[in-house]
Design a protein. Structure first.
Length: 351
């Protein structure tokens, strides 16, 4: 009998508990709304108070925990000493982690919030004072797992590998992007840019600070080979061949380890690439600029004064040609804009 009375009493209290929980949810959402208003005003300290109130009332409020973390992070000043400053970052990390824990990801909004939370933690653990490769990589891998075909996430992962000198993994990730986007010139160019970074030693092994000897090297031949494939994706786009030319000029002009013979050969190959760009677009003034720069490289390494003068004269001529074309195209653009504005219908009166 006593048990039956107790069950009846508990049943009577249940609606009251549900009403209380619902009331807390309403109050939590109101505090969250106030916090968002203060956050937009960059009044982070007061926003934190409102977000804290929201999560106290509703501990599984993932959005409130995320913005509480974000506000704390906004108060953190990188490089500034002091326990109070560091406390903002530590609190932000804790709240981001709690936001992940309570996020059920059962709606598009919560899925996006989970993604932003993982990205925030990846960034935090990628840099001092809490730099931790394993944690940064772990969060980044979750981002990619949730969105395996998102190119932006793969680029972020490749950048993370680079940051921690995991060059092989970075290369594989860039290659994966190009495989998934075989007709995407930007993806192809990103791989070429990666090969053009000085990440290797003289033997082609990954450069390791304190261990590797000699000069840091890029994989320039692979960069050029990749760029040529990029240019072939759209042969009618002159920018592909123009980018090849800029790589050759940068290498010939800036690399002090090249011999004069190598510089001259790279300049010639750069000029060949420029000519392909100009074949597709004869008035491509930026390509003409680089053609002139490449002739200046040839002048620097020319074996005789006569050849030097010939190359410099050609460079000056090309420089003038490019300047005239740029000026002409700018004037045409201004005239077209003025004509469009003159023929545009006048705006009617607003009601």
């Amino acid at each position: 009998m006593r048990t039956r009375y107790r069950s009846a009493a508990l049943a009577a209290l249940l609606p009251i508990a549900l009403i209380g929980a619902g009331c807390n949810t309403v109050k939590a959402k109101a505090a969250f709304k106030d916090g968002n208003r203060l956050y937009k005003e960059e009044n982070y300290r007061k926003a934190i108070d409102e977000y804290r109130r929201a999560v106290e009332l509703k501990p599984d409020f993932a959005e409130a925990r995320f913005y509480l973390a974000s506000a704390e992070q906004a108060l953190y000043r990188p490089g500034k000493e002091g326990a109070d400053n560091r406390a903002h970052l530590d609190t932000a990390i804790g709240e981001y982690e709690k936001a992940l824990e309570v996020n059920r990801a059962n709606s598009n909004q919560l899925k996006q919030l989970r993604l932003r939370t993982l990205e925030a933690l990846t960034v935090i653990y990628s840099d001092p004072p809490v730099q931790n490769y394993e944690k940064a990589l772990g969060y980044a891998e979750q981002v990619v797992k949730d969105n395996p075909n998102d190119t932006k996430n793969l680029y972020a992962m490749a950048g993370l590998y680079e940051k921690f000198n995991r060059v092989k993994e970075a290369e594989e990730t860039y290659q994966k992007v190009t495989e998934q986007n075989s007709k995407d010139v930007k993806a192809c160019n990103a791989l070429a840019q990666f090969y053009n970074k000085p990440l290797w030693d003289d033997q082609g092994n990954v450069w390791v600070d304190g261990q590797s000897k000699g000069a840091r090297r890029s994989k320039f031949d692979q960069a050029i080979g990749t760029l040529n494939r990029c240019a072939d994706i759209d042969p009618n786009d002159p920018n592909g061949h123009q980018l090849v030319a800029t790589f050759y000029w940068d290498k010939a002009y800036r690399d002090p380890l090249l011999s004069d013979k190598q510089k001259n050969e790279y300049a010639d190959k750069g000029i060949e690439a420029v000519d392909l760009a100009l074949k597709a677009k004869p008035d491509f003034w930026n390509a003409i600029v680089y053609k002139g720069l490449l002739y200046r490289v040839k002048a620097q390494v020319a074996p005789s004064p006569a050849e030097r003068k010939r190359y410099l004269d050609q460079a000056v001529l090309l420089q003038k040609q490019a300047a005239d074309l740029k000026k002409e195209q700018s004037a045409q653009g201004s005239a077209a804009t003025a004509a469009a504005e003159a023929t545009a219908p006048a705006a009617g009166p607003t009601k």
